[in-house]
Structures are given as C-alpha cells and as structure tokens.
Design a protein around this ligand. Sequence first.
Ligand code: FES
Length: 56
Amino acid sequence: MYVCLCNGVTDKAIREAVDGGARSWREVRESTGCATQCGKCACVGKALTHEAVVTT
Ligand code: FES
C-alpha cells in the first residue's frame, strides 16, 4: 500500500530501506523521501519503520 502519496512511497519501500540498513525514521526518510513534502504520512511511516526495525 502507498504510505506517502506525495512521493509514491509504499510500505514495502520502507521495509526495503530497513533491510538495506536504515535503522531510524530519519534514515528511512532520507533514503525513501517519505514525509519530505506535506508530512501527512509521517505518523504511519514512523510506525512502519519502528515495526520493521523491531522485526528485522
Ligand atoms: Fe508523504 Fe505528503 S503524503 S509527504
């Protein structure tokens, strides 16, 4: 599913960023572009990042 409509970032892209070494919401934001425009997706993006980090 799309998490960030502004930049077309999916939940899969967030998991892949974590698999690729991102370990914080800030790093996921930098590598995917999620929440770098309107910011409405920040809450969901952050939650998905934490979930992915915990389960990795
Ligand atoms: Fe992600 Fe706008 S929906 S920055």
